[in-house]
Design a protein around this ligand. Structure first.
Ligand code: SAH
Length: 376
């Protein structure tokens, strides 16, 4: 199949229904196709037995199911799994699976690189390359699911998705929305909006649009309690300062019958943003926003100027927030032995020289090989 063929993974459910209408097919046929690909893990049109032979022939002529390729697959001591996926143009992106007792969370990338230049993030050191297509975003979920199933993780290894990998999802708005529509669709992964989280550095106008179009769970990378410091750490703050950002957050969860909260992420940087006064300033800021707080121990990467705050400091910071009435958890650092932790995703295959080779296990599932799921 040539690279010019239509990649069926690029269609969200309404888009696929339109494509089928153009082929002269009824919309429900597109739902059958989604089920084959996303639930039965069949990519070969010949095997899609409830589609007419004529339709299968048309699809074979002009369409393809194109997944990324597996460039690397690392397993961390704590069970975290980092995939390096190679895209059709040779770029690589990272996708991380974090298993917990009650759920399996997949951390998905939205861009190759990132344009935002946050000073404590290793993705920033790469610069920005391009937006991912819908198929490249949902392809991470589909391919990870298939690889995990093949590895004995059961029928539904991925129960939660966080758009917290490489890139700023709100700066690839349309493609991220379409990919999230696919995550939520009953014919595909059937995740609830609560189980899909979008993390943003604070692209204020797009937060309002997200609420209108697809109000999934929102996480916001705050990292500082005043504009001077936030301008330094998260430079997009110069465009959308803290007050505007928090107004957008308050609006995002306003009127929500399920009393949802915004999750704020706060990276703990030794001597930079981790004093008692910072914690108290945060309490003041967040008074009017229904919030949860995730403290993230800083994960180092080569040539960074920062260090992680001490455990005592993090605990004290957490206690101050907690006493002030904000549910605060310190995120466990997962997968740091394989650079799969927050802010360590770089995706540049050629630079990965400092890995411990013994941990690397590249698996041999070609993207086109069909792995059968359950019938149904
Ligand atoms: N661009 C989006 C999503 C990607 S970052 C955003 O900014 O939210 C995912 C999370 O990891 C963000 O909260 C980010 O601030 C955090 N992060 C980035 N670098 C980190 C590092 N070195 N250590 C710990 N957390 C980091």
């Amino acid at each position: 199949m040539s690279e010019q063929s239509v990649n069926l993974l690029d269609f969200d459910p309404p888009g696929l229904a339109n494509y089928f209408a153009d082929l002269g097919e009824k919309p429900f046929r597109s739902q059958q196709l989604l089920k084959w690909i996303y639930q039965q893990d069949i990519d070969d049109f010949d095997e899609m037995t409830n589609l007419s032979k004529a339709l299968r022939g048309k699809l074979a002529e002009q369409a393809v199911v194109r997944l990324p390729e597996v460039a690397m697959d690392h397993k961390s001591d704590d069970g975290t799994r980092k995939f390096l996926f190679r895209l059709v143009d040779g770029n690589c992106i990272e996708t991380v699976f974090i298993p917990e007792s009650e759920r399996g969370t997949l951390c998905v990338s939205s861009q190759v690189g990132c344009a935002l230049n946050c000073s404590f993030c290793s993705t920033a050191t790469q610069g920005f390359n391009r937006n991912l297509t819908v198929g490249e975003i949902i392809g991470q979920v589909l391919l990870a699911k298939r690889l995990l199933m093949a590895d004995g993780w059961g029928e539904r290894p991925v129960t939660n998705v966080v758009m917290m990998g490489m890139g700023e999802p709100l700066l690839n708005f349309d493609n991220v929305i379409s990919a999230m529509r696919l995550m939520l669709d009953d014919q595909t992964f059937g995740l609830s909006k609560r189980r899909v989280t979008l993390s943003t550095s604070g692209v204020v106008p797009e937060i309002a649009r997200l609420k209108e179009i697809l109000p999934v769970s929102l996480a916001v990378s705050l990292h500082a309690a005043n504009d001077d410091l936030r301008n330094e750490l998260v430079p997009i703050n110069k465009k959308y300062p803290i007050k505007e950002l928090l107004d957008a957050c308050r609006h995002y969860v306003a009127g929500d019958s399920k009393r949802r909260r915004v999750t704020f992420e706060y990276v703990m940087l030794d001597g930079v943003n981790d004093t008692d006064a910072d914690a108290r300033a945060l309490l003041k800021l967040l008074k009017r926003v229904p919030s949860k707080m995730n403290l993230i121990p800083f994960n180092p990467f080569p040539h960074t100027q920062y260090n992680c705050s001490s455990q005592e400091r993090i605990d004290r910071f957490r206690d101050i927030l907690h006493r002030g009435g904000i549910v605060t958890v310190t995120r466990k650092t997962r997968g740091d032995d394989i650079d799969a932790a927050c802010g360590q995703l770089a995706g540049d295959f050629k630079d990965r020289t400092r890995r411990r080779e013994s941990r690397i296990s590249t698996i041999n599932i070609s993207p086109n090989k069909v792995i059968r799921g359950s019938a149904g």
